[in-house]
Design a protein around this ligand. Structure first.
Ligand code: ADP
Length: 353
């Protein structure tokens, strides 16, 4: 009866295979010995480790044997070891080549990661520089405008031409209001958390109507028709009137800035049993899907928006979103390049029952 042995799968199988070989002197065990070399390579064992393993296994196999049996076992074991080492020599070359390729791949991957890190750092640096430039520019223009109007007003006062002074001071006031809105936006944006507002029941119809009334002169000066379609009955929500005014003001200002003359902006207020929806739809430049994914990020400005209006901090929509979210609502956008955009603000209705 021949004893069948399983092939090796771990270096500790060395003990079993050597013991079998010493007992049976079967060719099959020598074949398994050659397979052992592959297992040793996969486990990262070097030639010295194999010799150590061999003598450990041999010691185990001859424990308790007579001196004569030991000498014989040593001689037979040499043959077994030789078989392992010959196969190992061949495999070891393949193994070294494999390791070399692996190391090369690792080194290439590390180099690619390093290159990416450098590029990312350069990109962040360039973005920071650009951002600082934009902020400086945005703050400087209303400041220069205010200063110019005040200087002119004081010269007119000095020369007794007082009738133009109120208009000039009004212009200075407008520029300073813009400056204070900008700095306010920057402060809000730097917080990076949802703003907290005191909320009371508010009449959304009134707030949206007011935002439209404020935007009307700008729209008219750009030849854009602004239409407000109110709901059939008044709609209320729990909210902060100033913050909501700034939400609709921002959306309307964008709709007007990013719509070419002769275009149209329509504001529609509707409500169902749960949500009130304010939709600001324009026939303007629209946005690609990629742009739509990024517009709520702070300081992001779309490429076509930059062309149409070089001024802007890219903060408006991120503020809109955080204000709406702090009202338990959400902002949706739908847009197509060259065909226009629709922004929808959804806020929960105020339950009156
Ligand atoms: P800003 O208008 O100062 O750039 P926003 O945060 O308000 O900053 O808007 C971010 C970007 O979203 C804009 O730069 C523009 O690319 C895009 N966007 C916003 N509103 C519109 C709109 N109505 N039509 C087309 N693009 C818009």
């Amino acid at each position: 009866m021949t004893e069948t042995t399983n092939g090796p799968s771990t270096p500790t199988d060395y003990h079993r295979l050597l013991a079998n070989y010493l007992r049976t002197h079967a060719e099959s065990e020598l074949y398994h010995a050659s397979l052992l070399s592959q297992v040793c390579i996969e486990c990262g064992l070097g030639p010295e480790d194999i010799i150590a393993l061999h003598f450990e296994a041999l010691d185990g196999a001859v424990a308790g044997a007579s001196s004569r049996e030991r000498i014989r076992a040593h001689a037979d074991a040499q043959e077994f070891l030789l078989e392992v080492m010959i196969a190992y020599g061949v495999k070891y070359k393949e193994y070294l080549e494999l390791r070399l390729q692996e190391n090369l791949r690792d080194a290439e991957a590390r180099a690619a990661r390093d290159r990416e890190r450098v590029l990312e750092a350069e990109r962040i640096g360039a973005e920071k520089d650009e951002l600082l430039g934009v902020i400086a520019h945005e703050l400087r223009s209303p400041l220069t405008a205010a200063r110019g109007s005040v200087d002119l007003a004081s010269r007119r006062l000095a020369s007794g031409e007082v009738e133009t002074v109120p208009r000039l001071l009004g212009q200075a006031r407008e520029a300073l209001d813009r400056l204070s809105r900008l700095t306010g936006d920057l402060v809000e944006a730097s917080r990076g958390e949802l703003p907290q507002f005191e909320k009371t029941p508010v009449l959304l119809t009134e707030i949206v109507g007011q935002a439209c009334a404020w935007a009307q002169p700008t729209a008219a000066s750009r030849g854009i028709t602004l239409e407000f379609i109110p709901p059939e009955s008044d709609v209320r929500a729990l909210g902060n009137a100033d913050a909501l005014l700034s939400v609709f003001g921002n959306l309307l200002s964008n709709a007007i800035r990013y719509t070419l003359p002769d275009g149209m902006v329509t504001v529609r207020l509707t409500a169902d049993s749960r949500w009130t929806t304010v939709e600001v739809r324009d026939s303007g430049i629209g946005m690609t899907a990629e742009e739509q994914e990024r517009i709520f990020q702070r300081f992001y400005r779309g490429p076509s928006a930059r062309r149409v209006d070089p001024q802007g901090l890219g903060l408006g929509l991120s503020l809109v979103q955080s204000i709406v979210q702090s009202h338990g609502g959400k902002v949706e956008v739908e847009s197509e390049p060259g065909r226009g955009s629709a922004f929808r603000v959804l806020v929960p209705n105020l339950r009156t029952e």
